[in-house]
Design a binder for this molecule. Structure first.
Ligand SMILES: [Zn+2]
Ligand SMILES: [Zn+2]
Ligand SMILES: [Zn+2]
Length: 97
């Protein structure tokens, strides 16, 4: 197993996540947790949220990876590889999550 899949970008250049899911704000929806697309920086809601905008964004755009947008959490998820990256896994040493 390679340390990173082909979608992993160790040098992210995206803005910090929003504190809201803008798609939910537009429709008056609610969310549980927030996730951020690592390709375009869009903030969406998690799979526990009724509208699952982060996963919907992946299906719409094919942008492969997200990270948590929750304070105190640091991990990334790759949809095509079903792969979780945690900062203490060793592989992510030196990578700013
Ligand atoms: Zn991947
Ligand atoms: Zn949402
Ligand atoms: Zn995106």
């Amino acid at each position: 197993m390679t340390p990173f899949c082909a979608h992993f970008d160790p040098d992210l250049r995206i803005a910090p996540p929003l504190r809201v899911c803008s798609a939910c704000v537009e429709t008056g929806g609610t969310w549980v947790h927030l996730r951020q697309c690592l390709t375009c920086g869009r903030t969406g809601c998690c799979d526990l949220s009724p509208n699952r905008h982060a996963t919907a964004h992946f299906h719409e755009t094919g942008h492969p990876m997200i990270r948590t947008a929750e304070p105190g959490e640091k991990w990334r998820w790759c949809y095509p590889d079903d792969r979780l990256y945690e900062p203490d896994s060793g592989a992510d040493e030196g990578v700013a999550m």
